[in-house]
Structure formats: C-alpha cells, structure tokens
Design a protein around this ligand. Structure first.
Ligand code: SF4
Ligand code: FES
Length: 248
C-alpha cells in the first residue's frame, strides 16, 4: 500500500515477540515506527516492518482480502484479520498473536489445536473439495477440505472464554461445522454427528458468551449453530426415549 506524503502519519506498532518454548509469562514486545495512511491495514504495516526494519518478524498471510483466514491476530486486544483491519488512528497500536493457541513464533500460532477440534467432532461435513480433473495436488496435501463459510482463521477459538479455560472443549468452529451436517445433510446421516456432539465437552459446554459470533469475520455464527445443535441433540434424545418406551 502506497502512503503519500499528504496523508502520511507515523504510528508505533508494539508487536509481541515470542518463540516456541519461551516462558509464556515472559512477555516481550518490540516497537516499530511505521508511516501509515488512512487505508493502511495492520498487515500492510507488518509487511513494511519486515521489509524495512526487521526481517525476522514472523506472521502469516496469503490472500490480503479476508479469504484465506491465515492472518488472524489481536489488535489492541481485539481479534481480527490483519489484512482488513485498518491501523487505528491513535499514536500506538498493540499487535499480538491469537489466544488459546500455542505461539510458534511472534504472531504465528500453531493451528493443530484448532484442527484437532474438528477431529473431536468426527470431522463433520469435511468434504473433499470438488476436484478438478487432472489438477495436480501440492506436495504434502492429501485432500483439499473446506468447512463451508468458515475460513478456518481460529478467531472464534481465540475469543472463546470456555476454550480458554478448558482445552477439552470441542470449540465453536467445529461445532458450527457439525451443525451444518444437520442443517444440510447432502446425503449424509446427521444422527452420528448429533450423538457425538451431545456431550458435556461439546454442544453443552458452551456458556453462551456469543463472543465467537461477534468476532467471526465470515458470518458463520457459531453460537447460533451450537444452540441449534443442542435442540437437535435434545430432540434426538427424546426420540430415543420414546422409541425405547422410556427406558433409554
Ligand atoms: S467460525 Fe468464523 S471465526 Fe471461527 S474459524 Fe471459522 S471463520 Fe474463523
Ligand atoms: S491474508 Fe488472507 S485472510 Fe488475511
């Protein structure tokens, strides 16, 4: 992003610096003064830092337009996609990695915890994406997967107070994916998914903070999905009771 002299101002980015294995309590921040304009995003500013001030600063990005989900981080304590988060107008802004996920390096978190949640949910609605005949897969990729509107940014996990206190919780994104099986089964049997999510560490663990829905940059609305999943689980239980004559 080009910053013209007419609209330039200087903002100080206070950036979390940590490497895997560092003592989580030993916080370290580096400061960088960056020329920004009214349309400069946090990702633009980070790219400028790496290019001009510190090539060792690490962060993830790919698409630059809120599509790939790789640039999730916290800006002044609020989760968002760095590529569409404007640099705030104040003199200083604090940039930190997502929460509830282990830090690999600086602003890069280990997403294994996020994807493990999908394993806990039985990998619902994980459909190999429509394969283009003859297209070569990138090395190391066995199959391409997407979870509907979810761009797999991990922001909902970062904001979730339950995920922050209980790592066994299945988590908002995986539960939202489970709900999609019920909402639109497309030939799948939703019964096993509903039974799997009818668990105290799954649909019933959510405390209704609705932080995930508020923060999700892709309109997934995980909190509403979890509530609907609960209704489905309760209805399935009632059907089982009825069909077994009240003995379960
Ligand atoms: S549900 Fe929303 S916030 Fe959570 S991973 Fe998917 S896109 Fe990101
Ligand atoms: S760089 Fe792809 S979502 Fe931000």
């Amino acid at each position: 992003m080009t910053v013209t002299a007419a609209d330039a101002r200087t903002t100080r980015l206070v950036v979390s610096r940590r490497k895997e294995g560092d003592d989580p309590g030993a916080l370290r921040y580096d400061t960088f003064d960056v020329a920004v304009g009214p349309r400069t995003t946090i990702l633009d500013a980070l790219v400028a830092i790496r290019r001009e001030l510190d090539p060792t600063l690490t962060f993830r990005h790919s698409c630059f337009h809120a599509s790939c989900g790789t640039c999730g981080m916290r800006v002044d304590g609020r989760e968002g996609l760095a590529c569409v988060t404007p640099v705030p107008t104040g003199d200083e802004v604090v940039v930190e990695p997502l929460g509830n996920l282990p830090v690999v390096s600086d602003l890069v978190v280990d997403m294994d915890v996020f994807y493990d949640d999908f394993d806990d949910a039985g990998r619902p609605l994980v459909r190999s994406s429509e394969k283009i005949p003859g297209a070569a897969k990138a090395e190391g990729i066995d199959q391409l997967e997407r979870y509907e509107d979810c761009i797999e940014c991990g922001i909902c996990l970062s904001v979730c107070p339950v995920a922050g206190s209980d790592p066994r919780y299945v988590g908002p994104a995986a539960l939202a994916a489970a709900w999609r099986v019920v909402e639109e089964p497309r030939g799948l049997d939703p019964g096993p998914v509903v039974r799997l999510m009818d668990d105290e560490q799954a649909a019933w663990r959510c405390h209704l903070a609705w932080e995930c829905t508020e923060a999700c940059p892709s309109g997934v609305d995980p909190a509403a999905a979890i509530m609907r999943l609960r209704r489905s689980a309760a209805a399935a239980r009632a059907r089982r009771l009825f069909s077994f004559g009240g003995t379960r």
